[in-house]
Design a binder for this molecule. Structure first.
Ligand SMILES: [Zn+2]
Length: 630
């Protein structure tokens, strides 16, 4: 299995020397840094690029609308890919400063109640629903103590982490990171069997769980006896059990809403809560719909009653979804315990085969692999496990070779770029020098259009690294050969109209495939954990620039980027130089090393508005070139 391979690769990873101190210091410094976090974690729903999308949608050119839709779908595809990724080292990552920054930013930015934060798409949290635990099954959905213990052992063996309802709701509201492979256990209807068998097992495994209690039945000794208030108090006092209201009489509230019995609904919601609060001396924050029965009117009553979240259920397997795919906090989806195997797969941040196919139609869109420089520029934070990667795609790529070293957000101003990432390698010999390693051609340079051939002693060492070639209509990555590419004419022979060229560190993804360790040759530190900068082109043909927001080795990063839908990716100067800027702001939580060279994305309108102004055509002369390959 692919997944297993990746886990083993990544478990070898150790987190390097960037301490927690830097993150805390950045947060403590207040204003400026908060803005940076804000810049980083704003989704495209709230920043300028959404305005671009909106204006495109109202524009006359239907083909542009198509391109917006295609971009949206492709971005969804990246989210989807991120959910499939494994979650290999969250416990290590918790020590890292960027995770701290991520949670800090998340806490500032909850989604409006009862919405679920967009950031939760980064994790996959299944909730499993149990009813009675009985030595002898009376109904299909009863579970024996042996089966339950077996399932708890499976949870443990698969490295899943049962979380509390508070943790789940906080995550759904803000996107705050969760422990690795999260899962939530819930027990409905307060059966004595749950107290007798599930509660001791929960204590044994130290697993938290939710208990949904319909108050009129507490302590009732019928064919399926219910636990008493004393037993509930005992469970509650362990800190493991969250008691939720499940109405007074276990009535299906959707049916009451149909007959407009709103007073009855309110009674069921309020009296049950008051009873639990009085008996247990706790605040009840959560509600569980009997029979999963709810409607918009019911949700409104639940909200008015002051509940902060509500659990639903469905007997239709297709309606059983991970929590983050629920419509909102007042209708959180669950899985019946009969789907325990699926639940385990989902909590591994994997997605069962059929759901994977059904969940996202962007995979069905044909990958064009046609270079296009007309797509709107969009920024996304995606996450593989707990590795956040910021990707900015679209627009038209150019390079800037600055007269001196400076922050990327300053260097990109020369080109009036929307976004930029630090570029090729530069000589560290002199702090003031803008001297690069290897040949450089840049259209934004004091020597615009002139090929700086680099040093003849150095160039042979760069052999077979990717030579990046950019023209107004195309991009090519070819293995560098100092004898083949020493004049501008030679570059033009490879790519007519070439305007920009430089040598990158290595291929992270080539022809859609992640690259193995061998492909990096003797590249210094490729296998170390460092902040990584890269650029390339995705399968839809759009240019992409990006950085990792945590440290990682090159081989693992290539695997993630291939999964994220990138076709060709070249690693840029990484480590202390890794730097990404967007709309005038650095997206980094630290101050990167100043650099003389960047790969920048220009707004498509900056260069192509004339072409869009005339006849409506989706195939402008900016599109239609086959993605350059060697
Ligand atoms: Zn129930």
């Amino acid at each position: 299995m692919k997944k297993l391979t990746m886990v083993s690769v990544l478990l070898g990873v150790t987190i390097g020397g960037v301490g927690i101190g830097a993150g805390i210091a950045a947060v403590m410094m207040g204003g400026t840094n908060n803005l940076r976090f804000g810049g980083l974690f704003n989704s495209d729903n709230s920043d300028n690029s959404s305005n671009n999308l909106a204006s495109n949608l109202t524009g006359e050119q239907s083909c542009r609308l198509d391109s917006v839709v295609a971009v949206k779908k492709s971005v969804d595809g990246i989210w989807q890919a991120s959910q499939v990724a494994v979650n290999p080292f969250p416990s290590l990552i918790n020590l890292n400063n960027n995770s701290f920054a991520l949670d800090f930013a998340a806490s500032l930015n909850p989604a409006p109640f009862p919405q679920i934060s967009d950031r939760t798409r980064l994790a996959s949290v299944p909730i499993v629903m149990y009813h009675d635990i009985a030595k002898e099954k009376q109904v299909d959905w009863d579970v024996t103590p042996e089966e339950l213990e077996q399932q708890f052992a499976t949870i443990q063996a698969n490295g899943l982490t049962p979380i509390t309802m508070d943790e789940l709701v906080n995550h759904l509201r803000t996107g705050k990171t969760l422990p690795k492979n999260p899962i939530l256990l819930t027990f409905d209807d307060n059966y004595l069997g749950q107290y007798n068998y599930a509660f001791p097992l929960l204590k044994k495994y130290n697993y938290p769980a939710v208990w949904s209690v319909h108050t009129r039945y507490v302590g009732v000794n019928d064919a399926k006896p219910k636990a008493t208030w004393d037993q509930l108090r005992e469970m509650q006092s362990t800190g493991l059990i969250t008691i939720a209201s499940h109405t007074v009489n276990h009535l299906n509230l959707a049916k009451l809403a149909d007959s407009q019995e709103y007073t009855k609904i309110d009674e069921e919601l309020n009296l049950s809560r008051q009873a639990i609060e009085k008996e247990l001396g706790i605040k009840v924050r959560y509600f569980t719909y009997p029979e999963g029965g709810y409607s918009e009117q019911v949700k409104e009553r639940v909200k008015q009653a002051g509940y902060e979240a509500a659990l639903s259920m469905s007997l239709v397997p297709a309606e059983e979804l991970p929590a983050q795919k629920s419509e909102d906090l007042l209708a959180i989806r669950r899985y019946g315990q009969s789907r325990f195997k699926d639940v385990v797969a989902i909590a591994n941040n994997g997605i069962p085969e059929q759901e994977n196919l059904a969940a996202d139609d962007s995979d069905n869109l044909p990958d064009s692999r046609i270079v296009t420089f007309t797509a709107p520029i969009t920024k996304k934070l995606i996450t593989f496990g707990n590795l956040p990667i910021t990707l900015i795609s679209g627009g038209r790529p150019v390079t800037v070779h600055h007269h001196t070293r400076d922050q990327v957000k300053e260097v990109m101003k020369t080109a009036k770029a929307i976004a930029a990432v630090d570029g090729g390698f530069f000589s560290l010999a002199s702090l003031e020098s803008n001297k690069m390693i290897g040949p450089v051609l840049s259209q934004f340079s004091t020597e615009a259009g002139v090929l700086n051939v680099g040093r003849s002693g150095e160039n042979p060492l760069l052999k077979n690294r990717p030579l990046v070639l950019i023209s107004p209509t195309n991009i090519k990555f070819v293995p560098y050969d100092p004898t083949l590419y020493s004049t501008k004419e030679q570059l033009q022979a490879e790519l007519p109209d070439v305007t920009d060229a430089f040598v990158g560190a290595g291929w992270l993804v080539r022809d859609g495939q992640p690259q193995d360790a061998k492909s990096f040759g003797k590249l210094y530190g490729f296998d170390a954990n460092r902040d990584r900068a890269f650029w390339g082109i995705d399968r839809k043909g759009r240019p992409v620039i990006g950085v990792t927001m945590e440290m990682i080795d090159s081989v693992s990063l290539g695997k993630f980027l291939a999964q994220a839908g990138l076709q060709e990716v070249v690693m840029l100067d990484s480590g202390a130089s890794a730097s990404l800027a967007y709309r005038g702001k650095s997206l980094m939580s630290y101050t990167p090393r100043p650099v003389p060279h960047v790969v920048a994305l220009l707004n498509p309108e900056q260069t192509t508005s004339a072409k869009w102004g005339g006849a409506i055509t989706c195939l402008s002369q900016n599109a239609g070139k086959e993605l350059g390959r060697n």
